[in-house]
Design a protein around this ligand. Structure first.
Ligand SMILES: Cc1cc2nc3c(=O)[nH]c(=O)nc-3n(C[C@H](O)[C@H](O)[C@H](O)COP(=O)(O)OP(=O)(O)OC[C@H]3O[C@@H](n4cnc5c(N)ncnc54)[C@H](O)[C@@H]3O)c2cc1C
Length: 441
């Protein structure tokens, strides 16, 4: 008899766990992703600042499942769903191949999220984000090129603008990247240039709310802010970004006054929107969408009227048994727990066992602010400083996919810690100055 066919969309945190927990079950699994690798997004900002190389935080999906004969990996773009026919429409990445469909008995959708520029997609070309590897590499080139350009520029005003780095959004990613850029200016690069002093660089972290790390307790927000200032970064709170162009950023203060800050390098670390797959599933099933584009799933993560379709991770919020819909924090542990839960749902159903609603176990929040500084909120236990940083290091090494990557990252971090260096400070790809040239600078 043919085995139960499970199709998993997305080889990120959620999808990977679903496949890993199903690979020993009597099912045939097809994992579809537009990328051929799993990306450890919590460390992409370290690629953007030259601390780590891309290969150290990404791992080929085929390699992860090479020993599991019942797991097939397809590199393709999921273009849509035919829920009645129980098939996924895919477009192979090789344009010469025709679109095709992949049939399923159970479908697990874990398409994640993407950065949202709050309806201003035109800002994206001036302010790269650090969610995808490609964009993190573009950000790395921009940050490093700014120092190179300043070294060649005799004009004091222009130099100041070139060495002004702005990070928009003071959630964990914004705080982490601002801390890393501050370390580049104050520490890593301080002896590398002759005409400019990188320590003159300004790092501005811009946040619309009244504190950094809004999901942490206020006492840890204050500690993180002090740690950033200690590193030389300036935190601008209660400021909303209302414009970004080749010359810098326009920010609106609490009194509605608009101020322009000139600067060449802007990194976007503000809000995210769910994957477009969430909208498609909502349209097909009548499930609600929230403002961030997340589809509302049932307590067992299934789509209304389609118990054979589960969705999870950054792209969903869940309807409680009380009827209320609640979003989850947009963090990897949520997606991982839901991926494991989805696998259990499939296994339990095949064995004819009842399925309990999904419950998230919150294990806490972590954010690092440069070398040997971090904040941690673990079940109400609030930690900061070196101890929190060790916890941060251990957790990230533990969850990094691939033994080899763990060893490599451990070595890299140890060498960086001892030497204050960053070995991956490479400017790659086409010079990122199409924008700069177009603006005549
Ligand atoms: C810069 C950054 C830093 C972060 N730091 C942390 C942190 O420190 N700690 C933490 O817990 N969380 C962190 N997060 C959040 C965490 O990465 C996400 O919550 C987590 O990745 C969500 O998992 P997911 O499985 O829902 O989606 P993802 O891991 O994003 O996976 C989605 C997958 O689906 C694929 N996909 C999407 N659409 C399609 C399509 N149409 N066709 C084919 N494939 C598709 C994508 O290629 C991707 O591989 C961070 C996120 C970012 C962006």
């Amino acid at each position: 008899m043919a085995q139960h066919r499970v199709v998993v969309i997305g080889g990120g945190f959620g999808g990977l766990q679903a496949v890993a927990k199903l690979r020993r079950a009597a099912v045939d699994i097809t994992l579809i992703d537009r990328r051929n690798f799993h990306l450890f997004q919590p460390l992409t900002y370290q690629v953007a600042t030259g601390a780590l190389s891309p290969g150290e935080i990404a791992y080929p999906l085929r390699a992860i499942f090479k020993r599991d004969k019942n797991v097939r990996v397809l590199m393709a773009e999921v273009a849509g769903f035919d829920l009645e026919a129980r098939a996924v429409r895919i477009e192979p990445v090789e344009a010469a191949l025709p679109p095709s469909t992949v049939p399923y008995d159970t479908l697990i959708v874990a398409g994640g999220s993407r950065y949202s520029y709050f309806g201003h997609d035109e800002w994206e070309s001036f302010a790269p984000e650090v969610k995808s590897l490609e964009s993190a590499l573009a950000a790395r080139s921009r940050i490093l090129e700014a120092f190179e350009a300043a070294e060649l520029d005799d004009d004091a005003d222009r130099r100041r603008r070139r060495l002004t780095f702005m990070v928009v959004g003071a959630g964990p990613t914004g705080v982490e990247i601002a801390g890393q850029i501050a370390e580049l200016t104050r520490d890593t690069l301080r002896r590398d240039f002759r005409a400019v002093d990188p320590r003159d660089g300004r790092v501005l972290l811009i946040e619309a709310a009244d504190r950094v790390l809004g999901t942490f307790p206020p006492s840890l927000s204050r500690k993180a802010e002090r740690a950033l200032e200690h590193l030389g970064a300036t935190v601008l709170l209660n400021r909303t970004v209302v414009g970004i162009d080749a010359d810098g950023v326009a920010i609106k203060g609490a009194d509605d006054s608009v101020e322009r800050i000139a600067g060449d390098t802007v990194i976007w670390a503000a809000g995210v929107n769910a994957s477009a797959l969430a909208t498609q599933l909502a349209e097909l099933t009548g499930a609600e969408l929230d403002r961030a584009g997340r589809v509302t799933v049932e307590p067992d993560l299934t789509l209304p009227g389609h118990p054979e379709v589960l969705a999870l991770g950054d792209m969903i919020r869940k309807r409680e048994t009380t009827g209320e819909a609640t979003p989850f924090p947009g963090v990897a542990p949520v997606a991982m727990q839901q991926g494991r839960y989805a696998a259990k749902v499939v296994r339990d159903r095949l064995r004819g066992r009842p399925v309990k609603p999904f419950r998230y176990r919150d294990k806490g929040n972590l954010a690092t602010i440069g070398r040997a500084r971090a904040v941690a909120d673990i079940n109400g236990l609030r930690l900061s400083g070196v101890f929190a940083w060790f916890i941060w290091l251990t957790v990230h090494l533990f969850y990094l996919v691939g033994f080899q990557n763990r060893v490599l990252v451990f070595i890299r971090w140890s060498v960086s810690f001892a030497t204050h260096g960053r070995g991956a400070r490479l400017i790659t790809g086409a010079p990122s100055d199409e924008v700069t040239r177009a603006s005549g600078r």
